[in-house]
Every structure is written in C-alpha cells, then in structure tokens.
Design a protein around this ligand. Structure first.
Ligand SMILES: [Zn+2]
Length: 430
C-alpha cells in the first residue's frame, strides 16, 4: 500500500531511525546517563591519542540500525548496563552535535534502574558519576565537552532545603522571561519552591543576587527547551522526560547565564513553615491513632505506625502557613464503605485524645530528619522520619521540617466540623 505523506513526517521519522542524517552524515550516538542528579562519564582506554580522555559512552550506529537500539547495544557491551532511552540532549541547529565533516554526535538521555551497577568494560578503564559542576575536573574528548555540559545542566536543580540549608551560591543556567518578571534557574539552590501538584507548603522568601525573590516555582524543561512553570506543567512530578528545576522569580535586572549568584532564604519565615509542616505530620499521625477505633473493617491503608491511615484516606487540602497548618478531610461515602464510622467520631473527646498524644510526643523531643536516598535533586522521593515512641513516624514529603520536636513546644490542635468532614488546625503557640 502506498500512502503518500505530504508533510514529510515519514521522512523525518526514517531519518531519526537511520544510521545517516538527512544530509548523509554518519550518526554516532552517546548516552547522557543520569542517576540521582549525577552524570555518568567514562574514560577511554585507547587508541593512544584518546587514552585517558573522558567521554559520554556510546559508539557508531551500524547500517540499518536504529540509533536508540545502537546506543543500548553499546551500553550493554561497554558498561554491561541495561538502560532505557527517555529523551535527547539537543545540540545546536538540527539537534545533533558537531563531530566531523562526515559525522555527527547524537546524545540521548538514558535512564538506569536505581541499583544497576556500572563497571568499565573493554573500551574504558574508569567510570565516574559527576556532580554537574565537576566536569571540568577531568580532560574530555573535545567533541564531548559541550554536550556533556548540556547534559549536566539537564540533571535538574540540586536542592539544599531538605537538609535545612538556607543559603548558598548557584550558577545561573537559564533566564526565562515571565511576563514583566524573570524566572532564574540555577544549578543548586536552598530555596523551597511551591509544588505544582500538591501545593501545601508555600515558597520560601529571600533574595537572589541581592534582589527580592518574588516567588519560587517548580519548573519542567522539555527536550525542545520549553520551560513550563507551576500549574502549566503538563506531566506528573518527576516524569523522566523532563528536567525538573527550581524557578526563582525576580523583577530584574536578571543575571546572565553562567553568572554565580548568592541565594539567601529568609530563615525566620522558613523556620515557621518548617515547624508548621512538622506539626501537621504529627497531627495527622495522632489523628490516625486516636480514630483507630472508628474503623469497623480492615482499613484500606495503614500509616507507618500501623494505624488505619485516616489522613491519607480522606485528605482533600493541606495548607501550611507560618506557625499554622490547615488540613481538610472529607468523610464521604467511599470512606464509609471502606469501614470508617464518621458518626462515631465525637470531635471534642477525640480531639482531646489527639492533643494529649501530641503533647506526649513533643515532650520526648524526638529527632526529625528528611531521608533523600542520596538524591539531591528537586523531585527525589523524600521521606519525613520522626523517632516517635514505639514506632517511627514516616511520611513521604517534599517539604521542609524542624530537626527536633523540642521546636514544637505549645502546639495546639483544633478540630472543627465541616460538611461531610473535618478541618484540623494545628498551630504553634508563639
Ligand atoms: Zn512534610
């Protein structure tokens, strides 16, 4: 069957799937393998003029071979890794990177299973995971310098807020006009942005290069370079087809890409949000524990302490404010069907039990930490962990927190009825 293709898209496809470019040059493929915010480099064993130089691993595409297949084959042969292609690190012009008159370098972004070990094979004598700003510490093949740099910028913003950082310096990697203002992306930042999917904790306040930061948003950069910000983002948080960045909004003048800028978070504002966010988690765990007797069936889910997870089964909205958190729960038909008896929940009595449990926990002064699994990037899966008596409290969370329950002295709970639900206000008495 002959189906004509007036707009030429078949030709584009066949070009992308061929060992030659449309202008007849050979395609060499290379991998930007990224894991936990770090880029994989490999050091050549030979030939002698290349020995000791670093490269993005890859190789030639054989006639008739699809470049993506060729890359996966090379990665298996050279580094014994089983990977998946998730996108492209686009070069100038057509998207490929200049190599020689007869060939181009096509750099594909590759995802690796978390525990996959990477060992040098026949072509390399060393492999290394580079922090994005460490590339300059070693000599690279000249043709790989620019694409490796672009790949390193694509790992996404490293964030310091999970470990409590409030200041630092970062290199500007992108400046985007946002209406009358500018969105500044740096390689690493202490700023906590508003999450686009679950906007519970507001953005940090502070300064970038001495300028007030008006807002801090989550950004997602596609392979074509388009940056979508906040509610415009059209994929799920952490989707591997995008580079995830923190966007600092300033009025301008904007700094230049490549410039190093000082970043300073308003630590007092941060501390009040961190206290409220930590208290919010304790309030949820306390609610789960004291309402355990309101379930007359095995609950659909349990929290880290083994109690029926009323919080995660019915939360609608969570808002963290300085020194205060508001959580709205809906006790609808599906929750009743799941076995929760909202009618048996006498608010005053259960609130008192939750308050007393909360007071007991705060009195222990237990330590609080955020586990990152060694991934410093914005969309890493992080867990809030608090060493509560009996069993630790563990909640997946991307926010900021205090480091000890001693910072929550005087925390107060209010439980207010809502139509078909409950509003929990948790406030720090200070
Ligand atoms: Zn949290």
């Amino acid at each position: 069957m002959d189906v004509s293709d007036p707009d030429g898209s078949d030709r584009d496809r066949s070009d992308l799937a061929s060992h030659l470019t449309m202008d007849g040059r050979l395609v060499v493929v290379a991998a930007a393998v990224v894991r936990s915010g770090r880029l994989l480099g490999a050091r050549r064993r030979g030939p002698s003029q290349l020995a000791g130089l670093w490269e993005l691993p890859g190789g030639k595409v054989e006639p008739g071979e699809d470049p993506r297949e060729a890359l996966l084959r090379e990665l298996t042969e050279e580094l014994s890794i089983d990977a998946a292609v998730v996108g492209t690190v686009r070069g100038p012009g057509t998207g490929d990177w200049p190599l020689t008159d007869e060939s181009v370098l096509r750099v594909l972004r590759v995802r690796l299973p978390p525990d996959e070990a990477v060992r040098p094979g026949p072509a390399h004598d060393q492999v290394r995971w580079f922090d994005p700003w460490q590339l300059g510490e070693v000599p690279w093949l000249p043709a790989d310098v620019a694409p490796a740099q672009a790949a390193a910028e694509g790992v996404g913003t490293w964030v310091g807020f999970p470990t409590g950082e409030v200041s630092g310096t970062g290199t500007v990697i992108r400046v985007q006009e946002l209406g009358q203002q500018f969105g500044i992306v740096v390689d690493r930042t202490p700023f906590h942005p508003l999450d686009h999917g679950w906007p519970d904790q507001p953005a940090d306040e502070g300064t970038l290069a001495g300028q007030p930061v008006k807002d801090v948003l989550t950004g997602a950069i596609a392979d074509d370079g388009v940056l979508l910000v906040g509610s415009d983002i059209d994929v799920r948080r952490g989707d591997s087809s995008r580079s995830w960045v923190v966007v600092h909004v300033v009025a301008g003048p904007a700094p230049e890409p490549g410039e190093e800028v000082a970043l300073q978070v308003d630590s007092q504002h941060r501390e009040r949000l961190s206290a409220a966010h930590t208290a919010c988690h304790l309030a949820a765990l306390a609610m789960n524990e004291v309402t355990a007797d309101c379930w007359h069936k095995d609950p659909p889910r349990r929290d880290s302490r083994g109690n029926p997870d009323l919080d995660q089964s019915s939360i609608q909205v969570s808002r963290i404010l300085p020194d205060e958190a508001h959580d709205e729960y809906r006790f609808g038909r599906s929750l009743r069907k799941a076995g929760f008896d909202a009618a048996g929940l006498r608010l005053a009595a259960y609130r008192d039990r939750a308050q007393s449990l909360l007071d007991t926990w705060v009195a222990t002064g237990a330590a609080v930490r955020v586990e990152t699994g060694g991934d410093p990037t914005l969309t890493a899966r992080r867990r809030w962990v608090c060493d509560l008596p009996g069993r630790p409290g563990v909640i997946p969370c991307g926010g900021t927190h205090v480091t000890s329950l001693t910072q929550l002295a005087g925390v107060r709970l209010a439980w207010e009825p809502m139509a078909d639900g409950l509003l929990v206000r948790t406030s720090l008495g200070r």
